[in-house]
Design a protein around this ligand. Structure first.
Ligand SMILES: Nc1ncnc2c1ncn2[C@@H]1O[C@H](COP(=O)(O)OP(=O)(O)OP(=O)(O)O)[C@@H](O)[C@H]1O
Length: 690
């Protein structure tokens, strides 16, 4: 193969200068003719020929190299031999002359012949991957073919180029084959080698074609598989979509069923509530309308039960008065008998004592009856309070624009109104996503308010939300969510507490036993401890019975953070400034909150004072300071500023520990009052198993 020859030549040319070959031939010729081999003494024609050879040898290294390399092996041997061997002179001259001619001819033809394949080879490099695969195989073959060549190293690079040319399609291989055939005459073994390689290449090509066919089949199969998978994927996708749609429809149906059920239950509850109110009204009383000229006012008219009880009381009172009159008359008569000396000693004693004992006994039984009726009336008074509250709730519910069971924010199904505060309505609702009852507090801005007032209210409510939303504690009502309903209304979603609030409990019970009151206080204090152990401490500032709720298990939870204060990090031991003086419920606030001479400084000790008031109220059913006073009167009469000492009623009797705790909480001087964390350490507030 020519590339092997190229390698051979390249190898030789690296060891000895290729342009010395004509020199050597000339030298040999000169020796034969007796002339020196000096190039200077060459005939001009010879010099020209030599120069031409040199030029053709240097002009295109690759082409010329291949020409020389294609020369017969004998030439190669002769040229390698640089010795002046006289015995072989004739042979050498003849051979060299012949070879020079051949070289010349070959040079002319090969340069042209080879140029084309090389160009084609260059183009062929751009051929597809299949050709490249063939290339790799051919490289190996060429490696084997190189065995006849003495070429090493650099030759392998050239080998690659040529191999690429060989592996190219017909236009490339055609001239090569011609070259090989022409070479066959003179260089049979090498030609045979080429034939062998050709057949090897053919084998390679066939095996490659077989491979291609196989790969094509695999490709077809993969395509078929891929399209099947694609179809399957589409099918599954559609199935998933259908399932999702079904699930969605199922959810919607479930939601609808749940909503309908809840609505029907709520409607029944509403009916029952109204029926009960009507029924209770008969016993306890109802709201009537009183007209005085043009003024219409609401008045309370007692029901039959209360009327009967009052009549009973009146009757007992009258009987008591009659008996007491009789007793007085008896005493008077006895005194008269004594003065006129008509009574005998023993007889007078008995006649006087027995009637008096009868009157006394009758008076005692009237007192007992009176007590029973009074207790009953007290109970009915409590019921009357509840009835009045329920009546107000029903009126508020009937007047509410949210009373028609709307679903808010696509999630909260409003049911019945729980109550109405100053600026809000609280509805029992059902969370259709998390499936639990919640309390939706609807904050409505009054349309009559100025824009400034509305903004201030929103700011206030948002502040409350921001404080409350992060509070997570067993004894703090959770705040789950908030959203806007319209321009003037927004909603906060709270944990639903199905029990009453402490205010309702106290109104329904004459007074709580100490044990029950104590456990409620313990829970409130635990909630406060949580507020004071967070990195951002909070003063609740509005602890009162209405802001302590109970869940279905009776767990007490603190709510309503509308007036809460976040204690600044830099607040000193004195506490922080009270900037919202005047807000809050005065019965439950400590003296420092009423300080007028300077801006009050407050701390968690405000809540400790409120705890003391709450505990006292639970035990004695009244507040220790200004119980019967209005807010305005408390302020006017400085009731709390004067509240230096707490007094305990004789009844009901409570433990000294309970009294001590109340005294500590109601310590007048703020500096001496314990803060929340110190109060929590009080032994009375910790339970240990005995
Ligand atoms: N999370 C809740 N779970 C159950 N009932 C609640 C919940 N929050 C409030 N309520 C009830 O809703 C009613 C109104 O509560 P709201 O807090 O609006 O009124 P308030 O505290 O009486 O008035 P204000 O907000 O003016 O102080 C009360 O009867 C209260 O017990």
């Amino acid at each position: 193969m020519s590339d092997d020859m190229v390698m051979h030549f390249s190898s030789n040319s690296s060891n000895q200068s290729d342009h010395s070959l004509p020199d050597k031939i000339a030298k040999l010729e000169a020796r034969l003719t007796g002339k020196t081999a000096s190039s200077a003494k060459l005939q001009p024609q010879q010099q020209q020929q030599q120069q031409q050879q040199q030029l053709s040898g240097w002009s295109s290294s690759s082409a010329a190299v291949k020409v020389v390399a294609s020369a017969p092996a004998g030439l190669s041997e002769a040229s390698i031999s640089d010795s002046d061997d006289e015995n072989t002179g004739d042979f050498l001259i003849r051979a060299n002359t012949k070879k020079r001619q051949k070289l010349q001819e070959f040079s002319n033809s090969s340069v042209v012949d080879y140029a084309e394949p090389q160009e084609a080879a260059y183009d062929g490099r751009k051929n597809d991957a299949e050709t490249k695969t063939g290339l790799d195989v051919n490289k190996k073959k060429q490696g084997r073919g190189r065995g006849s060549s003495t070429g090493r190293g650099r030759g392998s690079k050239t080998n690659n180029d040529v191999t690429k040319a060989q592996s190219l399609p017909a236009p490339v291989s055609a001239p090569k084959c011609q070259l090989d055939v022409s070479d066959q005459k003179d260089f049979r073994p090498d030609g045979q080698l080429r034939n062998g390689e050709c057949s090897l290449q053919n084998e390679d090509v066939s095996s490659l074609r077989a491979k291609i066919t196989m790969l094509e089949e695999e490709l077809c199969k993969s395509r078929r598989d891929s399209s099947e998978y694609h179809d399957l994927f589409r099918k599954l996708e559609n199935e998933v979509k259908d399932l999702k749609d079904q699930e969605q429809q199922g959810k919607q149906k479930t939601t609808k069923v749940i909503s309908d059920l809840l609505i029907s239950v709520s409607k029944t509850e509403r009916q029952e509530a109204r029926t009960k109110v009507r029924h209770d009204s008969l016993r306890l009383g109802s709201v009537g309308v009183l007209r005085t000229g043009t003024i219409i006012a609401e008045t309370w008219e007692d029901g039959q039960m209360l009327k009967d009880l009052n009549a009973q009381l009146r009757q007992l009172l009258e009987t008591k008065e009659v008996i007491e009159r009789q007793r007085k008359f008896l005493k008077k008569r006895q005194n008269g008998d004594k003065s006129d000396g008509t009574e005998t000693e023993s007889g007078a004693q008995e006649d006087d004592i027995i009637p008096d004992e009868i009157y006394k006994s009758r008076l005692a039984s009237i007192k007992r009856e009176e007590e029973v009726v009074l207790r009953e009336r007290e109970r009915y008074e409590l019921e009357k309070g509840q009835l009045m509250k329920e009546m107000k709730r029903i009126r508020d519910e009937d007047g509410s624009r949210f009373n028609n069971f709307p679903v808010l924010n696509c999630r909260y199904a409003l049911l019945n109104l729980l109550g109405k505060g100053g600026f809000s309505e609280v509805y029992k609702a059902y969370d259709l996503v998390d499936h639990r009852y919640v309390a939706c507090k609807l904050h409505g801005l009054n349309a009559q308010w100025s824009e400034e007032k509305k903004q201030s209210y929103i700011r206030h409510a948002m502040r409350e939300y921001d404080i409350h939303k992060d509070l997570v504690h067993h004894h703090i009502v959770r705040l789950w969510d908030k959203f806007r309903i319209d321009l003037d209304t927004f909603c906060t979603v709270l944990e639903y507490c199905s029990g009453k609030d402490l205010d309702a409990v106290l109104k329904a019970t004459p007074n709580l036993p100490e044990k029950e009151a104590r456990i409620i206080i313990v829970q409130i204090v635990q909630g406060l401890v949580y507020l004071n152990k967070r990195s951002q401490k909070i003063i609740h500032y509005d602890l009162k019975p209405g802001n302590v709720l109970f869940d279905e298990f009776g767990v007490a939870k603190v709510t309503d953070f509308g007036l809460s204060k976040i204690v600044e990090d830099n607040a000193g031991s004195q506490g922080m400034e009270l900037t919202s003086q005047g807000a809050g419920t005065y019965w439950y606030l400590p003296p420092e909150c009423f300080e007028l001479s300077r801006t009050p400084m407050i701390s968690s000790k405000v809540d400790v004072w409120s705890v003391g008031i709450l505990f006292y109220q639970m035990l004695f059913r009244k507040r220790p300071f200004g119980h019967d006073q209005s807010q305005e009167r408390i302020l006017r009469e400085d009731t709390i500023i004067k509240a230096k000492k707490v007094e305990f009623p004789a009844k009901p009797a409570i433990s000294n520990e309970a009294k001590d705790l109340i005294r500590r909480c109601l310590t007048y001087n703020q500096a001496d009052r314990p803060d929340v964390l110190t109060l929590a350490q009080d032994p009375y507030l910790s339970y240990t198993k005995k």
